[in-house]
Design a protein around this ligand. Sequence first.
Ligand SMILES: [Fe+2]
Ligand SMILES: [Fe+2]
Length: 277
Amino acid sequence: MTLTLTEMAVEVLTTADGRAKTALSHQHAAAWFASRKSGHPIPVGTANPPLRPARPEKPELLDPRDVPRRRPGSVQGRMAILHAVAHIELNAVDLHWDIIARFGHIPMPIGFYDDWVKSADEESKHFNLVCDRLEAMGSHYGALPAHAGMWRAAEDTAEDLFGRLAVVPMVLEARGLDVTPGMIKVFQNAKQQDVVDALSVIYAEEVGHVAYGSKWFHFLCGRHEKDPKDMFHDLVRTYFHGALKPPFNEEKRAEAGLPPDFYWPLADETPPAHVRS
Ligand SMILES: [Fe+2]
Ligand SMILES: [Fe+2]
């Protein structure tokens, strides 16, 4: 039986184990792109994704306030950083398949699916890269508690494709662009070149995910004759809890199609003079 793309997405979402989920994600992405190349793309179809994806028994999911903080100067601290990144990557795999499964009823150009399948495949690679580094350090994904709130944005925007694009790629993944260089520095200082290399792959590919978000957000705004900047501000204020946190990686955000007047008005600080003038 051949699955539709949205059915493939549901299969990934309902697989709990991280390594198994990401292997399936890679397999389905390869099938999608092979079908695209052959000129007979797998039909998108429609499906009923679960409200929350299946997750392994470990890590234990805690309120962010209860997740213990560790100093980046220690080995334990660096393992905790990598563990948090692995958790983010696993969520990202599900988020990209979820946008495909959740909004299959909204007609979109086929490039929309190409972009999110490619992103999901990259997140799967990121999860495995980070898990490999964690295991090389003597730990593993599941060894520490992780943030429970990571799926909240997906649930809040389950009925709103505009909101999903605004909050997930254009706020949450853009935040990754802001914080990853600092993380890379931590591992440079610790002379863990293998981790630096893994995080550098992630950093380079995440620009693409933010860019896909911006591209399809602008596309949808155009389809509905909405002003993208005003829409973005309204949606982030509706669905995202709290202000955006500077400093922003303005260069990479620009590369991803996010101009300063999108995010600065949502920040909890007055923008520097060069942004206002
Ligand atoms: Fe990623
Ligand atoms: Fe991503």
